[in-house]
Design a protein around this ligand. Sequence first.
Ligand code: Z5A
Length: 209
Amino acid sequence: MTGLFITFEGTEGCGKSTQINALAARLQNQGQQVLQTREPGGTPLGEAVRNLLQHDKAGAGMSPEAELLLFTASRAQLTRERILPAIAKGEIVLCDRFMDSTTVYQGVARQIDSQAVAAINRFAVGEARPDLTILIDLSPEVGMARVHARCDGELDRIEQEAIEFFQAVRTGYLKLAESEPERFLVLDGSASVETLERQIWAAVQPRLG
Ligand code: Z5A
């Protein structure tokens, strides 16, 4: 029995969590077993690494290379502890970010050598590859306005980057999606929550066993 592995990608505030929650509820209502998880995080080790990457003072001044290795360390643990076992049991895995985030944030926006990023990414995930990746494309200006409205001015370490950083991320995602059209579904994140829900369901439903 093999399950289905779906990842969600996009810039800050694009609506991933909202859509993952809605899709998980819909699938569970149909009696499907769903693993809903996120990156960085998803395991006790990964959540500790997440805190270092985003909030802990020890993470201030982190080098791009250390950042790359911490994101992929969290992913290596999540993949082995939760994702691969769930897929093997036939479950549907919904993951908020996966290896494409590293390709784009560390490879494109932080400008770390793309071959090094690809090799470290491959090492971290072993044979795990998403069956479907939903990219919710949104202008960083709109996404950051949503983040500001939500967080009362408290931004984490990465959210404090300049808008140009997130523009590079957005462009990087669109290029990546163009290079793998069979895996990516690109959606307009400025559409309503309900429209996005319908588009995602239309892509997921035919893939259910
Ligand atoms: N990162 C990295 O650099 N390298 C890596 O390898 C990995 C990650 C894995 C993780 O952040 C950070 O780590 C992230 C990338 C980096 N960088 N930053 N900054 P996170 O997990 O804390 O946050 P996020 O992944 O960026 O997601 P988010 O900010 O929580 O947003 P979201 O989940 O995409 O959106 P949301 O929470 O569903 O919606 C945001 C708000 O918009 C909320 O108030 C909603 O009610 C509203 N919303 C949602 N959909 C809509 C629509 N359609 N219209 C209007 N309003 C909407």
